[in-house]
Structure formats: structure tokens, C-alpha cells
Design a protein. Structure first.
Length: 256
């Protein structure tokens, strides 16, 4: 029976999971989201200052670039291109370059599914919270709908780059050499818990009217960070970033 069903499954579906979780595919499809976000920011430039203040993850990443002399926007693009080139070399070395165009809509559909699941889980957990929290990012009520949607995309890009692609990956590298005798499942749990804790605490930084920290609010975002961390480890950067962005976009559209 399984053999008969397998004959009707497209080859792209069979290989999608393997190739779509690579850093190269993730950075490639995040590039699409990044272009849309930067173009949207440019179109609503009069609100760009408040956007970047409230998108702390973007500010953190860009300040690192500024520190090393990357003050101009095109240099940030060059840095991303260098990161993409590294991922390309890695994928070629691992023989993981056989990407198909249909993988992109597959990733969109998969991310939409995870975003709906994440939203359902957050809504379920927030019912017992001291106050109802839904939005994972920091969005001001005085922004236009277009600006809120642009910022939702920005959160999906920069928060996943910062907390999953950089911090979670760095923790994996660190624990691989410092916790040599620890079981892999324990190391992975520590990596997820630490990155999720940092992700949750980050949302309460005193920037642009950030929400007051309470145990219930911290735990809610901590759980969301765990879920996004699991998605990143299991499905890669691209699906994690789009899941985060779609989740925030759903809430923006819901509140518009």
C-alpha cells in the first residue's frame, strides 16, 4: 500500500524536507522576505525611525555591523551576501544544492500551517495569563497598518536571525565542545531553554513602550521561543522566520 501511495507523491515532496532545512535554502528565502521588508520600510520612510527603535533585534544586528564599519545600508547587504555565499559553499560541500523552485511555495504553506498552530497554542496558554498577550513583537498602537505589517515581517527576519540563527547556533557550537560527555538531548534542551529565555527577556527591553515584565508574560514568550527554536532545529531558518512573520501578520490583520 505504501509503495502504491509513494508512486503518486511528487519527487519534490519527497526531497523537500531534506533540502529545505539547509542554511542556504533558509537564507535564500529569508532574502525574499528581507527585500520586501526593506522596500516597505523605504516606502513608509516617515515612520522608519520609530520602526527601527521598536524592532530591537534589527537595531542589535545593525549596530554590530556599524561597529565594524558597516554604516551604509549597501554594506549590510554585502554582509548578507557573504553569509549566503558561505551557506552556498557549505551546501555544495554537503551536496545539498539540488533545490527546486516548488520548494518555496511548499515552505510558504508549511510556515502558514505552523503559524496557525503557534497562534492556537499561544491563545490557549494566554487564557490563564494575568492579561491577554498575543503579539510576540513590540508594536505601538499609533502606527499605521502598513507600518505594523512591515514591522511584523521585520520581527520574523531579525528576531529569527538573532535568536535562532546566531544565538542558538552559537550555543550548539559551544556546548558541542564544552559539554562533551553530556547526552545530545540534554545539550539540545539547554540550547533551546537558554535561547528561549533570552528571546523572551528581549521583548521587555525598555524601548518604545515595551510591555512591563511579569511572570505570565515572560513564560508566554518563553514558550513561543521554545516552539520557534524547535522549528528552527527541525526545519531550518527559512521556515522558522516565515512562521514568525506570518504569525505576527495574522495578528496585525486581525486587529486592523
Amino acid at each position: 500500500m505504501a509503495f502504491v501511495i509513494g508512486n503518486y507523491i511528487p519527487d519534490a515532496v519527497k526531497t523537500y524536507h531534506k533540502y529545505s532545512r539547509t542554511p542556504f535554502f533558509g537564507l535564500l528565502i529569508v532574502l525574499v522576505l528581507l527585500v520586501i521588508y526593506e522596500a516597505s520600510s523605504a516606502m513608509i520612510y516617515y515612520e522608519a525611525a520609530s520602526m527601527i527603535k521598536k524592532n530591537v533585534a534589527e537595531t542589535m544586528i545593525k549596530r554590530v555591523f556599524w561597529y565594524f564599519g558597516f554604516q551604509y545600508n549597501f554594506l549590510n547587504w554585502l554582509a548578507y551576501a557573504a553569509l549566503l555565499a558561505w551557506a552556498f559553499v557549505l551546501a555544495r560541500k554537503q551536496q545539498m544544492l539540488a533545490l527546486q523552485p516548488v520548494y518555496f511555495p511548499y515552505a510558504i504553506f508549511e510556515s502558514l500551517t505552523y503559524a496557525l498552530i503557534l497562534g492556537s497554542m499561544v491563545n490557549l496558554m494566554s487564557r490563564g495569563a494575568l492579561f491577554h498577550i498575543k503579539f510576540l513583537g513590540q508594536v505601538s498602537g499609533d502606527m499605521s497598518a502598513a507600518t505594523k505589517m512591515a514591522q511584523a515581517m521585520g520581527a520574523g527576519i531579525y528576531e529569527e536571525l538573532l535568536f535562532r540563527f546566531f544565538i542558538l547556533t552559537a550555543l550548539q557550537f559551544l556546548f558541542q565542545y564544552t559539554l562533551v560527555h553530556t547526552k545530545p538531548v540534554v545539550r539540545q534542551a539547554l540550547e533551546l531553554f537558554i535561547s528561549a529565555g533570552l528571546f523572551s527577556a528581549y521583548h521587555f527591553l525598555d524601548v518604545g513602550g515595551a510591555q512591563t515584565m511579569t511572570l505570565s508574560a515572560f513564560c508566554l514568550r518563553f514558550y513561543a521561543g521554545l516552539i520557534l527554536g524547535v522549528i528552527f532545529l527541525w526545519r531550518g531558518l527559512g521556515v522558522a522566520a516565515y512562521t514568525h512573520a506570518f504569525y505576527d501578520l495574522f495578528l496585525v490583520l486581525q486587529r486592523s
